[in-house]
Design a protein around this ligand. Sequence first.
Ligand SMILES: C[S@@+](CC[C@H](N)C(=O)[O-])C[C@H]1O[C@@H](n2cnc3c(N)ncnc32)[C@H](O)[C@@H]1O
Length: 256
Amino acid sequence: MSTAGSAKSVLKTGVKRLLGRAGFDIVRSTNSRGGVDDFIPFEATMRAARAAGLSVGDYVDEVMNGTPGATQSTIDELRALGVFAANPGTVLEIGPGSGRYLEKTLKECSPDRYEIYETARPWADHLVDTYKVVARPTEGSSLAPTPDASIDLVQAHKVFNTVTFLCASRYYFEMARVTRPGGRIIFDVMTENCLDPATMRTWATKGGAGHGSYPATMPRQTCVDLFATLGCSLEAGFLAPMGVASTEVLVFKKSA
Ligand SMILES: C[S@@+](CC[C@H](N)C(=O)[O-])C[C@H]1O[C@@H](n2cnc3c(N)ncnc32)[C@H](O)[C@@H]1O
């Protein structure tokens, strides 16, 4: 192995050892209400990404989660579905964290406004400084500062498999409220499509300690039925890597 390769491997082993939970080392965010509001430490992660010669997004994918290219593959699927070709003028993201999906979304489209709702304050500040997004006050599961029907693309990645059932459910209603007719709602959840018996065994044997509400499941049909009552129909679903297995990304469109 090359020196760079072995340094990366040592770093990876060290980081993995540190990670107690969802492939993420955890820091308590400023307005934390318990385990699920926590996220990886800002300074240490930025330093480690720099040391590994990776963007923070690629570092999270590659080193922390052991799923290189995972973020890009989801973005590629969304592009193929025409999500970015629709030229969303306003985007809202819940729980962007390090900004790995945000960064790649902004390579695909140029919204006039990109709002974020993020409980981990250092990461929210970093995203505001780096990408000029608008950080909204984040309390529980409310998108109250965002007006009704004002957003073209609402997204959340790797958030609803880490929060409680109530938190996710309340956010779903809010997501439907803020989405413009013709707009899209995209999020991933650990549905029954991600939980065949072999995968259950993988979770049981290799899933680690978990924490609080992680990993959380959500029936696919429950989402489909709920969003149908909110005027949003399912356009597509596809699997994306998450932890030792996967989540299912659901793409909804609000009727025009
Ligand atoms: C597992 S991380 C995923 C981060 C990022 N989307 C990614 O895929 O790398 C979950 C994110 O949701 C944030 N979060 C937790 N509870 C939240 C809440 N109630 N509202 C908004 N964000 C929340 C965390 O701070 C963290 O950034």
